[in-house]
Design a protein around this ligand. Structure first.
Ligand code: HEM
Length: 205
């Protein structure tokens, strides 16, 4: 009997998930010209793009544990898509800040990167994400072998730095970044726990 295909490993599901991750950009492209954002559309867009990037990083991190507990979901191919989209939104977040907020003033940009703590952590996080985005293809996976896995574990410190960047950038209500830090810790712990559960399940089959 032929093995049953994982649920989400098909073209319609791929397109649905691809478009769902593009939706925040479509929303922003509609919300800016139609004045749907608040009194400070640049700051609001900056926050929206930053939030989207961070949520996609967390979604990408959730893929492996969910896939281990639910192998028939066929989620694993979407881990790379979420990571690349996270990088895309983080790049737009930074470009908006560099071009509109800082008006391409390189001296002011550098001063912020070295002197404003939350910008420093955001910049380091972004630098960590660059090699991950570059080496995300199957070709790089093959070329780097075991080192690929080690390199891609950098996504945890990168995401932790983004959460810290968020925490330091908010002035009053720090509840959301604290909740996200707890979520990140749970995702980190979920890896060994779900690996153990999956191995136990295989042994008892
Ligand atoms: C050079 C790198 C970066 C710069 C210059 C930068 C800039 C900023 C600025 C200025 C804010 C504060 C906006 C405000 O509330 O006034 C902010 C917030 C934020 N940034 Fe970044 N960022 C950088 C990297 C990143 C990266 C790599 C991510 C995600 C992958 C990210 C995600 C966020 C998030 C989640 C917030 C909080 C948004 C909110 O308050 O809802 N940032 N960033």
């Amino acid at each position: 009997m032929a093995a049953r295909r994982p649920w989400l490993a098909n073209r319609p599901a791929w397109w649905l998930i691809f478009l769902a991750q593009l939706a925040p950009l479509i929303y922003l492209a509609w919300a800016i010209p139609t004045h749907q954002l608040g009194y400070e559309p640049v700051v609001d867009s900056l926050r929206f793009l930053g939030d989207t990037a961070l949520y996609l990083l967390l979604i990408g991190l959730a893929v492996t544990p969910v896939q281990r507990l639910w192998p028939r979901a066929g989620l694993i191919d979407y881990r790379r898509m979420a990571g690349l989209y996270a990088f895309f939104y983080a790049s737009l977040h930074i470009l908006l800040w560099v071009i509109i907020d800082r008006q391409l003033d390189l001296a002011a940009i550098w001063e912020d990167v070295v002197e404003r703590e939350h910008i420093t952590f955001g910049a380091i996080a972004f630098l960590l994400l660059v090699p991950l985005a570059i080496t995300s293809s199957r070709g790089w996976m093959r070329r780097l072998g075991r080192r690929w896995k080690m390199l891609h574990r950098l996504v945890y410190p990168a995401t932790a730095l983004v959460v810290l960047h968020y925490f330091l950038s908010v002035k009053f209500d720090t509840r959301t970044p604290i909740i996200l830090a707890v979520l990140l810790l749970l995702l980190f712990l979920a890896r060994p726990i779900t690996r153990w559960l999956a191995e136990r399940g295989r042994r008892s089959d």
